[in-house]
Design a protein around this ligand. Structure first.
Ligand code: ZN
Length: 77
């Protein structure tokens, strides 16, 4: 998962705020199951989840992403 972070500079990123900690991250869906999340240093500091390779998103952000997809605010190819 970590190697995917290199691709984040490419297009297709949408800004999304975590509904739990309000951290602002950039998100890109490469498929319905695959989500790339780009954390800024500020966002990572704002989120109280211990982010790492095994926990690429906090639970609140996960829910926010799913909601955004359902609402059509996040494009899924
Ligand atoms: Zn969060």
């Amino acid at each position: 998962m970590l190697s995917e972070r290199q691709e984040y500079l490419e297009g297709g990123l949408s800004e999304l705020a975590c509904e739990r900690c309000a951290a602002l991250v950039r998100v890109r869906k490469s498929s319905l199951e695959q989500t790339s999340v780009q954390w800024t240093t500020a966002a990572a500091g704002q989120c109280d989840t211990d982010l790492g390779a095994l926990v690429p998103t906090c639970p609140g952000l996960q829910a926010s992403i799913e909601r955004a997809v359902l609402a059509g605010r996040l494009e899924v190819p």
